[in-house]
Design a protein around this ligand. Structure first.
Ligand SMILES: CC(C)C[C@H](NS(N)(=O)=O)C(=O)O
Ligand SMILES: [Ca+2]
Ligand SMILES: [Ca+2]
Ligand SMILES: [Zn+2]
Length: 324
């Protein structure tokens, strides 16, 4: 896009250093887990936050993931803000203390480290969305958010064309990054039960809170009962009321297939949401590249929504007055 790269955004080495600093400052509350490697062999990490963090306790688990799309750099700041706030405010803020004591919170700050580094590598941004797997065209990469295996390639929700920004890959799971996330989420199954109860996949931009399914305009389909849909809608709407985003089913924006939330809900039963952060969708001038100086305002804007989200993790159906 020709815009100069803002050094205020966190790149891959800075993200690793930030994670290490959080763990060093709060060794009983935070730990760093290497969940796998990207196409270019960068370690992909998750920060675990909980009391007795070295022990896998029987507490509901919640996942926040960011930067699956390389150019969406504000999402890395959001992820690191959450990790910092949930550890630094422990023992001070009673709401945070009780949530960290009763949940195991996982934060993956950079799902597409290769793409992010490429986008930040020159004097100007590269407008890179996809990962860095060569595909024979000048538009390198596969869209990791079209490469998951739930209804992969279905319904016009992704592109078969390699140069497309929504290129779905040669097959489901053809990207190392999607496979790493899948295998790590599957590793959170204990005794046949998925321990992760809720997840948010953080994107920019548009100021939206969205829930499954993305592959269809229909709300109630096999894999989504009325209660399950109503629960997604209740939690999504509450978050939107808190941060001023617009709530809706993912397909309301456009049809997407093979994305993270359809797989996390459809395959693993994790109540899953997409956040599209600042700016609003019509602000195409700022678009994917607002100045990094908006990060403090646009990350703290989501503090309450994140805490409300964490509050439902023991029983999401409580949000519609029902039990699990
Ligand atoms: C998560 C879906 C519903 C929207 C997302 N929009 S983005 N962040 O790529 O512009 C996307 O196209 O993957
Ligand atoms: Ca714990
Ligand atoms: Ca656990
Ligand atoms: Zn995105």
């Amino acid at each position: 896009t020709g815009q100069p790269v803002d050094p205020g955004y966190t790149d891959y080495p800075e993200m690793i250093a930030a994670a290490d600093a959080i763990v060093a400052a709060h060794p009983t509350l935070a730990s760093k887990v290497i969940i796998g490697q990207s196409f270019l062999a960068k370690n992909m990490i998750a920060i675990k936050i909980s009391d007795n963090v070295a022990t896998d306790e029987n507490e509901p688990e919640v996942l926040f993931m960011a930067n699956i799309h390389a150019r969406e750099h504000l999402t890395v700041e959001m992820a690191l803000y959450l990790a910092t706030e949930l550890t630094s405010q422990y023992g001070t803020d009673s709401r945070i203390t009780s949530l960290v004591d009763s949940r195991e919170i996982w934060i993956i700050p950079m799902l597409n480290p290769d793409g992010a580094q490429y986008d930040l590598s020159g004097p100007t941004y590269k407008d890179q969305r996809k990962n860095m797997q060569p595909n024979g065209t000048s538009k390198i990469g596969t869209d990791i958010n079209r490469n998951f295996g739930y209804k992969w390639g279905c319904c016009g929700g992704s592109s078969p064309f390699k140069s497309s920004d929504t290129y779905r890959g040669t097959a489901a799971w053809s990207t190392p990054e999607a496979t790493v996330v899948r295998d790590w989420i599957l590793s959170r199954r204990v005794g046949g039960q998925q321990q992760i109860k809720e997840a948010i996949d953080i994107h920019t931009y548009g100021e939206l809170v969205m829930w499954p399914f993305g592959y269809t305009f229909s709300s109630i389909v096999p894999g989504m009962t009325q209660d399950q849909y109503d629960t997604h809608k209740a939690i999504g709407t509450e978050m939107a009321q808190s941060n001023g985003y617009w709530p809706g089913q993912g397909s309301g924006l456009y049809i997407t297939s093979g994305d993270t939330v359809d797989w996390m809900w459809g395959d693993q039963g994790i109540f899953s949401f997409t956040w599209e952060m600042y700016p609003k969708s019509f602000d195409i001038v700022t678009g994917f590249y607002p100045p990094a100086s908006v990060a403090p305002a646009e990350t703290t804007r989501n503090r309450d929504a994140a805490l409300r989200f964490l509050g439902w993790a023991d029983c999401p159906f409580r949000s519609i007055g029902k039990e699990n």
